[in-house]
Design a protein around this ligand. Structure first.
Ligand code: NAD
Ligand code: WQD
Length: 330
């Protein structure tokens, strides 16, 4: 299949583009480089020793996207492009709503006009809000606490409405849990601009002395050691989940959790990092972060039953690969 990968130079998109090629698909990447560098294109070429067609374009630019659809014959779309920083979304709600919602509207319009029937969307566990874990796909969605999360809820709703009006469309909503880790080559990984928002890049930047110490947000949750519990998933497993989702896509809207089904606390993640990489991570316990829940992990059985996919890599693999990328990253 020829697959359009929007946001294909970002963290998850770049790993997925690579695995799509390995699985024998043709890949066309569109990215506006708002949160990635062109250098990633050279890196995926280097790893796979093949070329990738790339357009520097904004997915919200309908005229430009139509041009790209006219020039190619896509069989499917994986839509990663989006802004994703929770705290930034609170200070820049308009940018987040515009970018994350209009991009999907543009893509769906193009898909309908150019008869592309497969559409895979990057959703998030954030749509479950404060529901108790393990989280299941058929749960009623929870209340989101920030504009970023709300854009995922809105996108899911838009895609459900599209499916009612255009029943020939096959749409998958993939709800990712906490993707971390990196490609085993050390060439691809998560390289956030500025101060990281998420725990894993924060840990690796403390390890490389870019940041002095880590702040652990609360140790009084009802969890194994009082710190927040999350379902960390290796980005390579997550990327594989996209290939399975695309190859097994069904008509209508289907929702899948992409997580491991296992929770790991902040302290457990720090300990695993220290043990595997033999580096001490200085940290201090501070107040809880607003909007955080105590525990968030998937019931990951649906993706296994229907797509034949399950996460295979361990927390040890994740912390080793994350550090392997960060330590040499320039
Ligand atoms: P990322 O920021 O690394 O990648 C997103 C890419 O999209 C970037 O390369 C950016 O330049 C590009 N982009 C953004 N807006 C664009 C636009 N309008 N036109 C063209 N390109 C645009 O993020 P990621 O971690 O790879 O996340 C990919 C998707 O998965 C996002 O939709 C994100 O919300 C979702 N998601 C991520 C996580 C996570 O923790 N990383 C969890 C759940 C869901
Ligand atoms: C993980 C744990 C923190 C940083 C976010 C989004 C979610 C999804 C994934 C996109 C929590 C603790 C963190 C730090 C800490 N993204 N922590 N010190 O909040 O589970 O999920 O990213 O869709 O929508 O909300 O991930 O990595 O920020 O936090 O103690 O400096 O680490 O409290 O328990 P989160 P995270």
């Amino acid at each position: 299949m020829q697959i359009l990968v929007t946001g294909g130079l970002g963290f998850i998109g770049s790993h997925t583009a690579l695995l799509l090629k390995e699985a024998g698909h043709d890949v066309v990447i569109v990215d506006n480089l708002s949160n990635s560098k062109l250098d990633v294109l050279q890196r995926i070429k280097k790893i796979s020793n093949v070329d990738y067609k790339f357009y520097k374009a904004d997915v919200t630019d309908e005229a430009k996207m139509k041009e790209i659809f006219a020039r190619n014959k896509f069989d499917g779309i994986i839509h990663f492009a989006g802004l994703k920083a929770v705290s930034e979304s609170i200070s820049k709600p308009l940018e987040y709503y515009y970018n994350n919602v209009v991009s999907t509207l543009c893509l769906i319009k193009c898909a309908l006009e150019y008869n592309v029937e497969r559409f895979v969307f990057s959703s998030s566990a954030t749509v479950y809000g404060e529901n108790d874990s393990p989280l299941k796909e058929d749960m009623k969605l929870g209340l989101t606490t920030n504009p970023y999360g709300e854009t995922k809820v809105i996108n899911e709703k838009i895609l459900r409405d599209v499916s009612v009006a255009y029943p020939h469309m096959a749409i998958s909503l993939l709800r990712y849990f906490n993707p971390i880790g990196a490609h085993p080559s050390g060439l691809l990984g998560e390289a956030p601009n500025g101060l990281p928002n998420n725990l894993m890049p924060f840990i690796t930047q403390v390890a490389s002395n870019k940041i002095k110490s880590l702040k652990v947000f609360g140790n009084d949750y009802e969890t194994v050691d009082g710190t927040g519990v999350r379902d960390y998933i290796h980005v390579m497993d997550l990327a594989k989940g996209h290939i399975k989702a695309l190859e097994n896509i069904k008509i209508g809207v289907n929702v899948y959790n992409l997580g491991t089904g296992k929770g790991t606390s902040v302290l457990e993640l720090i300990n695993a990092f220290e043990k595997i990489n033999n580096i001490k991570i200085p940290y201090e316990i501070v107040e809880r972060r607003k909007g955080d829940v105590a525990a968030c992990f998937a019931d990951a059985t649906k993706a296994y039953k229907e797509l034949g996919w399950k996460a295979e890599l361990t927390i040890e693999d994740m912390v080793r690969d994350a550090w392997n990328f960060e330590k040499d990253y320039k």
